[in-house]
Design a protein around this ligand. Structure first.
Ligand code: FAD
Length: 494
């Protein structure tokens, strides 16, 4: 192990991952560290990754980011969840919202009460008991005084990187433009000593953060860390991205529309839309996928469609020697539940929690890798659920997904839910019971039974309980302005 104090941090790569790392480290630990970010204008960034989840607000609070300033700077809109269309069956749709559905009791989640209510014919749709979901459906949003909605953002990825860059500079981070041509390893320890640029300039460091995207220049090309390929569970391996004009007022949710061999995203920003299609090129050619995307755009293209190839999976170690991989260099699950930016943020916070100021200790490295692995495995299962729990048999792709051998952890959760309505969050898992329930029900997995505690309520009490929740949801949503009106007011008053 290298027990030299860590003073000089070098971040390789200036996409969302690199600038999030630079801004966070500079703002929170900058007084004790020398931080340099190297990025290559010639290589550029992946340029997608515009939908987030609510955990981003936690990072923004930590960094004291003013929401109105951030939204104005990044063309951002509010996001209350993701609308899934054609996933369980063609023509079916559901929303996985960030909100809480109904009310739980100590023994049983709301779905148990709802299942009995449905059997009795006194419950309406499951989503009717969630304010965020109904607000999303009605295209409404506002910050409420008493009961705040749980939300995230859609943002322009390149503007967000610029916004973070300004913040990183304010707190002392330095930027070097140039292409890294060599990673110099120490002959004795195998640690990274320095990076040499095309210009011949060599940048030395104590700790290196690999944010070079899919290239994984440090963690893989130099350190040969290894990669667990998850294509057998998550077969999508290609995407085509294109920006368009906006067709109508921005919706407060991301659309994920399933097609014959993958799915299409629509991410509404204030003045344009982010669009793309994710697919498996074993089931559809790039040309055909591009045609499907272009035939289903909400506005006129303003960029050329760009093909992006990827392999789903994870680096075997996210921290190896004196190199921590953050962002696409650490792995990629696929953008279905917008989890990549979240994982970037978790990687940064985890690194700060285990920061090796006094020198790199293997125990810290192992703990970092253990926590990351557990977090990513759970997210992987959640994403596979969307594909595997389909009833679609109308194309080779969906038949393949439906018949996949899935991880035992996921099979267990699905069976438990189907048989008993029970679902439990595992450890510090990102997606809680509420998310699992919404997606399992949305995908057509309905519990066969409910918890016996529900029968403690009389039928009248159950009816009142359900009605009261629905009444509160409707009343909350009624007060909300349209998302568009709120955005105009909120971003103008900044
Ligand atoms: P990149 O953006 O690729 O940046 C890499 C950086 O490294 C660049 O600055 C580049 O110049 C630099 N670099 C590389 N090689 C060198 C070199 N030799 N010398 C110098 N510099 C170098 N995430 C979400 O959270 N939500 C989403 O909705 C979402 N959608 C996505 C859709 C698709 C199709 C894909 C592929 C990803 C999506 N993601 C999403 C993931 C998200 O895009 C990434 O997590 C995020 O952009 C971070 O990327 P990055 O910074 O790791 O890599």
């Amino acid at each position: 192990m290298n027990v030299n104090a860590v003073k000089k941090v070098v971040i390789a790569g200036g996409g969302t991952a690199g600038w999030m790392a630079a801004a966070s480290l500079a703002k929170l630990l900058g007084k004790t560290l020398d931080i340099t970010l190297i990025e290559s204008d010639q290589i550029g960034t992946v340029g997608v990754g515009e939908a987030t989840i609510p955990t981003l607000l936690t990072l923004h609070r930590l960094l004291h980011i003013n929401e109105q300033e951030f939204m104005a700077a990044t063309n951002a809109t509010f996001k209350l969840g993701i609308g899934f269309e054609n996933w369980a069956n063609k023509e079916d749709s559901y929303i996985h919202s960030f909100g809480y559905t109904g009310k739980d009791c100590w023994a049983a989640g709301f779905q148990h009460f709802w299942v009995k209510g449905k059997q009795m014919g006194i419950a309406s749709e499951f989503g009717d008991y969630c304010p965020e979901l109904i607000a999303a459906k009605q295209n409404k949003f506002a910050h409420l005084n008493k009961q705040s909605l749980n939300y995230a953002y859609h943002l322009d990825a390149s503007l967000y990187a610029k916004f973070l860059q300004t913040m990183a500079f304010e707190h002392g981070a330095k930027r070097i433009e140039g292409k890294i041509s060599r990673v110099n390893l120490n002959e004795v320890t195998g640690y990274i000593d320095s990076l040499t640029l095309d210009s011949g300039n060599t940048i030395a460091g104590d700790l290196f953060i690999d944010c070079t995207g899919f290239r994984a220049l440090l963690i893989e090309q130099a350190l040969h860390t290894g990669f667990d390929d998850w294509s057998h569970w998550l077969p999508a391996n290609s995407a085509i991205a294109v920006q368009t004009t906006k067709a109508d007022a921005p919706k407060p949710y991301t659309r994920a529309i399933a097609h014959d061999a993958g799915w299409q995203w629509q991410i509404p920003l204030q003045t344009r839309m982010g669009n793309g299609i994710v697919y498996c090129d074993r089931f559809v050619s790039d040309t055909e996928a591009k045609r499907t995307l272009l035939e289903n755009l909400p506005g006129d293209p303003i960029t050329d469609p760009r093909v992006i190839k990827f392999t789903t999976g994870q680096r075997r170690k996210h921290w190896n020697k004196n190199c921590v991989a953050i962002g696409l260099s650490s792995g990629f699950i696929e953008p279905l539940e917008s989890t990549s930016i979240h994982l970037i943020q978790r990687g940064i916070v985890r690194l700060m929690q285990l920061f090796p100021q006094a020198g790199i200790q293997q125990t810290d490295v192992d703990e970092f890798n253990r926590q990351t692995q557990e977090e990513v495995d759970n997210i992987r299962d959640f994403i596979i659920l969307h594909y595997n729990a389909t009833e679609r048999t109308d194309s080779a792709f969906w038949r393949h997904c439906k018949n996949l051998e899935i991880p035992d952890t996921l099979r267990h959760r699905m069976e438990l839910f189907r048989e008993t309505g029970r679902v439990f969050k595992s450890g510090n898992e990102l997606f809680g019971e509420n998310s699992w329930t919404q997606v399992m029900m949305g995908q057509g997995i309905l519990p066969k039974a409910y918890h016996p505690i529900v029968d403690v309520m009389s039928n009248d009490e159950l009816s009142q309980f359900l009605n009261q929740i629905k009444y509160n949801v409707d009343r909350t949503v009624q007060q909300l302005p349209s998302h568009q009106d709120f955005l105009e007011h909120y971003c103008k008053t900044h």
